[in-house]
Design a protein around this ligand. Structure first.
Ligand code: HEC
Ligand code: HEC
Length: 150
């Protein structure tokens, strides 16, 4: 049976553990943590007033849907050894801008006109609709046609 003093000690240790874990983590912050990110300064297709947190959620979505990391589109700053998110030095960022604009246009201009009562949830395309976890979408090869009996 634990006495009161050791229970208090245990509680103190337990309550400290997350703080220790966090401070160890903080020494090597992952580059994609939103509280590390400054306010966006170079948005050309996304809404300029998008909250930074929402922007990062969106960016993580792009990365996941293409099966890449942030550095696929963002250039590294040689001096700071960190990604410079505002920089346009990585040519894939321009490709991605074109793709973002295309995806927004598909959704706003075309898919908004399709009303499918059977599939109310599938109302828009995302990067992953075409990319499916790859940076370059794979070609769809239809299965061979079955011989028809006339
Ligand atoms: C598929 C390409 C792609 C990937 C992957 C990607 N980004 Fe981006 N990111 C962009 C594009 C394109 C823009 C600029 C959008 C615009 O012009 O409106 C941008 C802009 C940003 C900005 C705003 C920079 C500024 O100051 O204007 C931040 C911050 C950012 N990305 C963070 C991230 C993080 C963090 C990751 C990884 C989780 C990531 N990005 C992954 C394409 C990408
Ligand atoms: C309608 C289908 C479709 C959607 C939606 C789509 N893409 Fe693409 N994307 C393509 C195709 C097809 C290519 C290949 C073009 C080529 O290689 O000429 C491509 C190429 C790219 C490339 C260049 C890859 C390379 O190999 O150089 C990037 C980056 C990219 N897309 C990012 C995105 C992002 C980010 C989104 C979501 C905002 C997106 N795409 C949405 C079809 C799509």
């Amino acid at each position: 049976m634990m006495n009161k003093a050791s229970l208090v000690t245990l509680a103190a240790i337990l309550s400290l553990t997350p703080a220790i874990a966090f401070s160890q983590k903080a020494k090597t912050p992952p580059q994609d943590m939103h509280h590390e990110l400054p306010k966006p300064t170079n948005l050309q297709v996304l809404p300029r007033d998008i909250p930074p947190k929402e922007l990062v959620t969106l960016m993580r979505g792009y990365a996941g849907q293409l099966g890449v990391k942030c550095n696929y589109c963002h250039a590294r700053d040689e001096q700071t050894k960190k990604l410079n998110f505002a920089s346009d030095a990585n040519p894939q960022k321009a490709n991605a801008r074109t793709m973002i604009a295309m995806t927004m246009e598909i959704n706003q201009k075309y898919l908004s006109r399709i009303k499918d009562p059977d599939m109310p949830m599938v109302s828009k395309v995302e990067c992953g609709t075409c990319h499916r976890g790859h940076d370059a979408p794979e070609a769809y090869i239809p299965p061979p046609e079955k011989p028809e009996h006339h």
